[in-house]
Design a binder for this molecule. Structure first.
Ligand code: G3P
Length: 228
């Protein structure tokens, strides 16, 4: 299921940053909600897993899991299974983030499972070669994120715009349902603008927001690039 909206998706991955955990998670989510309404940009939140249910209940924004485990319902312990994330209100999940990689077969089965449940599938890849491995599975979104740029002030847009363009043209040529998004080091409005100009439908951002002095201002700055 794709998120049909005029602009976006602008995905904020809160990872396990303490700055935006616990009672602070709903505060940054409310800031993101205000920006989403003000600019009509689709903002999706990926909170720390323990906060998933609470945020899904308390926010109008779509909430997604940072990972899913394909374990059976019932007597399994300590896993995040798709049936439970759906039950608590999540609308989908990241898959294979470079900080939580899984095998290609599990990627394929995770996409199939999320599709079957009409949940959004966002598969993260690190390289152009990684794209070719997963194209045939047609997730809703493919997120290209060079790991060496993650958490830095050097963005995929400024360092590797050609990578965004290459991935986008392969997906467009194959006329796939998947849409390209990108992330890694995105920290200013121009990074989002360049990503969109090179064929990205949206962005995935973490540290430049979670570590910002003012969450609202930073989210507004980055999201405003969608309204150019
Ligand atoms: O999931 C997106 C994330 O990996 C990007 O991280 O801190 O470079 O925005 P960051």
């Amino acid at each position: 299921m794709n998120t049909n909206s005029r602009n976006g998706p602008f995905i904020i991955n809160l990872k396990n940053y303490l700055e935006t955990s616990g009672d602070n998670t709903i505060k940054i989510v409310k800031d993101a909600e205000r920006v989403s309404e003000k600019l009509n940009v689709e903002i999706i939140i990926s909170p720390p897993q323990p906060s998933l249910a609470l945020i899904a209940k308390q926010s109008k924004l779509k909430v997604i899991s940072q990972h899913i485990d394909l374990k059976k319902i019932g007597a399994t312990t300590g896993f995040y299974i798709p049936e439970i994330i759906e039950k608590v209100g999540a609308k989908g999940s990241l898959i294979n983030h470079s900080e939580h990689e899984i095998e290609i077969d599990e990627i394929k089965r995770s996409i199939e499972k999320l599709k079957e449940m009409k949940l959004i599938s966002i598969v993260c890849i690190k390289t152009f070669e990684g794209l070719k491995e997963i194209l045939a599975f047609e997730p809703d979104y493919i997120a290209i994120e060079p790991p060496e740029l993650i958490g830095t002030q050097k963005s995929i847009s400024s360092e590797k715009p050609f990578l965004i363009r290459e991935c986008s043209s392969v997906i467009n040529k194959r006329n796939l349902k998947s849409k390209l998004i990108c992330g890694a080091g995105i920290n200013k409005k121009d990074d989002v603008k360049i990503a969109i100009e090179n064929g990205s439908a949206g962005v995935l951002v973490s540290s430049s927001i979670t570590k910002a002095k003012n969450w609202y201002d930073k989210i507004l700055e980055l999201a405003s690039a969608f309204n150019q």
